[in-house]
Write a protein that binds this ligand. Sequence first.
Ligand SMILES: Nc1ncnc2c1ncn2[C@@H]1O[C@H](COP(=O)(O)OP(=O)(O)OP(=O)(O)O)[C@@H](O)[C@H]1O
Length: 387
Amino acid sequence: MAEITLNALAHSYAENPTRPEDYAIREMTHVWEQGGAFALLGPSGCGKSTLLNIISGLLEPSNGEVLFDGKRVNELKPEERNIAQVFQFPVVYDTMTVFDNLAFPLRNIGVPKHKITSKVHEVAEILELSDQLQRKAKGLSADQKQKVSMGRGLVRDDVSAILFDEPLTVIDPQLKWKLRRKLKQIHEQFNITMVYVTHDQLEASTFADKIAVMYNGQIVQFGTPRELFENPAHTFVGYFIGSPGMNFFEAELRSNESSKKDEIVFGDHVIPTSVAMLVHLKNMGTSKITLGIRPEFVHVWEGKNDDAFAVEVDYVEDLGTYKILSFLFHGQMMKARLSEDQKVPSGQIYVSFPEQWTKIYVDEYLVDLPLQNVDLTLQSKETDHAN
Ligand SMILES: Nc1ncnc2c1ncn2[C@@H]1O[C@H](COP(=O)(O)OP(=O)(O)OP(=O)(O)O)[C@@H](O)[C@H]1O
């Protein structure tokens, strides 16, 4: 087991990279703590496989260091790094039996025969491959082959970490869920540092305790599934996580001519904001602001309400256990998520955006209040204005 540190790491496949876009991995410093179950989540092409291959040593980074337990491993070959890597497509020796495939990594490092037998049986049991051990790998289905591939990653208990690169892509949907649970179980049992690459948020949150969300070659947030949902640090996290993703709208920080107070406005709507936040934004010297609120946190009222805005229902999608209501807010389509038992409104309704859940972004990043300002948030209503 090891703590894996990426120190000022960057990688470009281009010969002479000059612009940030030339980098598949833009400079990052990141720590995967020892023994954790992590997911690396992001869309196709964001740099996930590149990052994994740098950790395992298949790829040499253009800049920066990879450290295992504080020791630089850049110069070590993949086999010297003690990393097990499971790829998207099965890597098995077709002419060998399942037993021999699983035993291979152990024989390679000279593990005694009796230990190999017990370890192979233990892993085969976990992956439900016990009755396949004497079969040649050639005759196995794609699912079974991938299980063997995963098993080869799991047999060695001396590994620093196990890296999974979208390992369930070829697995049947029904089996996927089961295998994910199994991996989690294996992690709990052996406590090995595991990094699981996926572009599927459900897969990431069922496997990992902490998820690194990757976008454009950068880790834009590293947090628990709950943190990513409740407090997206970057607009991409808001958009990518959740179903549907966060609502975003461009707003403006301006000074109200009559009251002389600052306020955040969207069209002719004033968005309730704390004094502390207004002061902070003003100090940042920005007027362009993006507001984000998750559909789950938009309040929908049938009747008029002090903090609520009148909007028109556009349509309602019934998704079984919940409904998605779409409405136009100052010309922009937004969504609210209604629970199954909530009455479906139509025509004119009222919506409000609780301040706690209305996130403020500048240049795509969440604006957090400096700690010394937090107590001022209680004065928030002072800056509210009637519409
Ligand atoms: N061998 C290569 N040579 C040149 N460019 C590459 C190479 N491998 C990857 N890239 C580019 O680097 C960027 C990151 O690719 P990478 O495969 O790491 O992303 P990913 O997030 O793993 O995507 P996917 O989920 O599709 O596998 C992409 O723009 C890709 O086109």
